[in-house]
Design a protein around this ligand. Structure first.
Ligand code: NAP
Length: 329
């Protein structure tokens, strides 16, 4: 039998709009020996989902503009870390595309804690600033936690402030960290298209950072999954992953999760991003083998990365609306 490919365009309700999934079903000679067609995982296409999310954000920006409100994001970039510069450029560009006014303040690596605190205070008090983002990591000598804690929680579009993490932990999320919120959006879109839900499922999250793993585990708990959080001291990682219906890999270790570990039919989201010596990108999951067992899998690149930036735009608009008591239809 010849390889078959099908593109599926599905309508999702609410804010999910149109979704393009690439489904690939291929029969290989090896499969024919087994007398069965092998179905590869549905690709969780972060690029397509992020484009749809940004389109909705743009509409909401326009709704606010009609009420005389211009959504504003202030970004601080301290030092000359090349990766941070690329990330900030991407965020500023995304703002332009959806109509958010962005201010980028570049500061030298010699910036003191007091100088950065003063800048955050200035933005906290500025009514034109709806969202404040201090690009991490910060240079040595500046205490990251103190800066995060200084940001007005109502403008904390990164969702790292303890107040916002606390709200998430208490099941009343307001501004949620962009990467895990983007992952949840992916799961929601997939669920609406395929009749799937995290509720009642066993989920495993690899990583417990406040930027990804920890909020991710809280979001899945709030969505009624039974969640196991794994970290560098977790024994038998393969065994934990093998039990999971949902795997979120955010350990920051290239191709840590082997395809053979994955429970057939699991939904797998790969948050990790790593550049190999040959310049190619890979994630925390061994993609080539995982796609033979998972029901759905996010690629790297083109998976979680675009969702993170789109979710930042979402958070900016939500922060602007929440501060003024506005809700979107
Ligand atoms: P991080 O702060 O370094 O945290 C990594 C977490 O993984 C830690 O909790 C660590 O455990 C755990 N870990 C490390 N090795 C492990 C292992 N062998 N088994 C199980 N757990 C292990 O990293 P992060 O900021 O959360 O980011 C994680 C990955 O996601 C990175 O590759 C990062 O580049 C990527 N990322 C991507 C995006 C995106 O938009 N695509 C956004 C953010 C992050 P301990 O707590 O015990 O140290």
């Amino acid at each position: 039998m010849l390889p078959t490919r099908s593109l599926t365009l599905r309508a999702c309700s609410g804010r999910c709009f149109w979704l393009l999934f690439l489904e690939t079903a291929v029969t290989t000679p090896a499969d024919m020996d087994l007398g069965a067609a092998r179905v590869f995982a549905v690709t969780l296409d972060g690029k397509a989902m992020a484009a749809m999310l940004r389109a909705q954000v743009k509409k909401d920006v326009d709704v606010l503009r009609q009420q005389g409100i211009t959504v504003g994001l202030a970004v601080a970039l301290i030092g000359d870390d090349p990766a941070s510069q690329v990330y900030v450029r991407g965020k500023v560009k995304a703002c332009q595309e959806v109509g958010i006014e962005s201010t980028m303040q570049g500061l030298p690596a010699t910036t003191t804690q007091a100088e950065l605190v003063a800048l955050v205070d200035l933005w906290n008090a500025d009514p034109a600033v709806d969202g404040i983002l201090v690009q991490l990591p910060l240079p040595k000598g500046i205490e990251q936690r103190a800066i995060i804690d200084r940001i007005d929680p109502s403008k904390d579009v990164d969702g790292f402030h303890p107040f916002n993490l606390g709200l998430l932990a208490s099941g009343r999320p307001r501004l949620v960290a962009c990467t895990p919120a983007g992952v949840m959006h992916m799961l929601k879109v997939y669920g609406q298209a395929y009749g799937w839900t995290p509720a009642g499922k066993r989920a495993v999250v690899l990583g417990r950072s406040i930027t990804v793993g920890r909020p991710m585990s809280l979001l899945l708990t709030n969505a009624d999954a039974t969640v196991t959080v794994c970290h560098s001291r977790t024994p038998d990682l393969a065994g934990r992953v093998a039990e999971a219906d949902v795997v979120i890999a955010a350990a920051g270790s290239p191709q840590l999760v082997k395809g053979a570990w994955i429970k057939p039919g699991a939904v797998v989201v790969d948050v990790g991003i790593h550049r190999s010596a040959d310049g190619s990108l890979c994630g925390d999951v061994e993609y080539s083998t995982a796609r033979l067992r998972a029901a759905a899998l996010s690629p790297v690149p083109g998976g979680v990365g675009p969702m993170t930036i789109a979710q930042l735009m979402r958070n900016c608009v939500d922060a602007a609306a929440q501060r003024r008591g506005i809700t979107f239809a």
